[in-house]
Design a protein around this ligand. Structure first.
Ligand SMILES: Cc1cc2nc3c(=O)[nH]c(=O)nc-3n(C[C@H](O)[C@H](O)[C@H](O)COP(=O)(O)O)c2cc1C
Length: 376
């Protein structure tokens, strides 16, 4: 596996080297051309610029930038499942299982859940669960249990709506024994009430945090822009590197603008259209000045974004974070539809809307504390 990745990595490095070589040749050729055509005063200037370009490609600083990005690429392709899409390690597999069962649990939380949705996802989920068992991984794992419970809720929902779900139900039979005696772990959805949420947000931070859920069911009604501005003011209190405050927010209220932005985002199907406002959180790269800060925009932007989500929640609004995990093509498309400054990187979007009196939210089982801490 590591060998496979190393091969890809050396391929990548070679590509970059070739690219730099080509760039250098192009610059040299350009220089020759200018030598030939340009008049003396311009010639000197152009030659100077081109020479600086060639020099820049050779400087230690540039190599350092490249090496650091390559270091990041190596880590990412070694440990994520970008290249090896059939992971077998415990962590890769449980995270895949979670990503797939999350699609099912989130579908159950929509205002209008489409009967028969997610059939392909359910199929893949069963295959992943099979692989999990074949690898002999612990059967008391909360993500494994939660996935089965979510499939159980999926069948229950379809049965209640007289939709033929026998194929899924038959496959599920094999897994039902695994969820016995695990009352402490949830799956599927749970019902929450606006009245309780409003009470909880007035208490301490623990209550505020536990009462926040990603909301995918909003009622019609205007979210006051002044309320959003107030939340942004609160979020501005977030720490940022040297207090440089790179975070920016685009507030989309125009129907077409919201539609355009959401059409570029791949996680809002089934509920995005219910959001009264869509926020785009970005971070300005002009705030940063060294290769050491190459990820800082995402760190500062992420911290600011989380504060904003809590702030909106503390003001009684419903929010759902919307990923901006995209290819460059999608990023370019968004920028062609919404005037996002080119020096800013998009962190994520946030769907904002008014809470219904009662609603279903995914159970979203958290990992055991022991799984995520190490006391050193
Ligand atoms: C960076 C980020 C991107 C997310 N993107 C989406 C998305 O595109 N669509 C969606 O429905 N939920 C999205 N979520 C919400 C997660 O699914 C949710 O936070 C998680 O399941 C835990 O549930 P909770 O927020 O209700 O506690 C995103 C969350 C984060 C932090």
């Amino acid at each position: 596996m590591l060998f496979y990745n190393s091969l890809n990595l050396s391929f990548l490095i070679n590509c970059i080297k070739k690219y730099l070589k080509l760039l250098k040749i192009r610059l040299v050729n350009l220089q020759r051309k200018f030598n030939h055509y340009l008049l003396p005063p311009f010639k000197i200037l152009q030659i100077k610029i081109l020479k600086a370009g060639i020099l820049a490609l050779n400087t230690k600083k540039n190599l350092n930038i490249l090496e650091n990005y390559i270091y990041d690429i190596e880590k990412y392709i070694t440990f994520s499942t970008t290249i090896n899409t059939r992971p077998n390690s415990f962590e890769n597999l449980t995270n895949r299982i979670t990503a797939y069962y999350h699609v099912i649990e989130k579908g159950l939380a929509f205002k209008d859940t489409r009967l028969g949705y997610g059939k392909e996802i359910v199929d893949i989920l069963f295959k992943l669960l099979e692989r999990y068992l074949n690898n002999g991984y612990p059967i008391n794992n909360e993500q494994f249990i939660s996935a089965i419970k979510t499939l159980e809720s999926y069948c229950k929902y379809h049965n209640e709506h007289n939709y033929d779900i026998r194929i899924v139900q038959n496959k599920l039979e094999k897994y039902k024994p695994y969820i016995q005696n695990f009352e402490q772990y949830g799956g599927g959805t749970k019902r929450v009430y606006k009245e309780q949420i409003i009470k909880d947000i007035q208490k301490d931070f623990e209550h505020l945090a536990y009462s926040r859920h990603s909301i995918r069911n909003f009622i019609e009604g205007e979210v006051d822009i002044e309320l959003i501005k107030r939340a942004i003011l609160i979020a501005q209190k977030s720490p940022s590197v040297c207090n440089r405050q790179s975070s920016r927010v685009y507030i989309l209220k125009d129907e077409q603008a919201k539609k355009n932005a959401l059409s570029c985002q791949n996680g809002n199907r089934g509920f995005g259209h219910l959001a009264n406002k869509v926020l785009i959180v970005t971070s300005n790269l002009k705030a940063f000045y060294s290769i050491k800060e190459r990820n800082q925009a995402f760190i500062d932007g992420g911290m600011f974004g989380m504060s904003l989500i809590y702030a909106l929640h503390s003001l009684g609004l419903g929010t759902c974070t919307l990923n901006w995990s995209t290819t460059k093509e999608q990023d370019i498309k968004l920028r062609s539809l919404i005037a996002i400054k080119s020096e800013e990187v998009v962190i994520f979007m946030i769907a904002v809307g008014l809470l219904p009196e009662s609603l279903d939210v995914p159970y979203s089982q958290r990992k055991n504390l022991e799984e995520i801490i190490q006391i050193i």
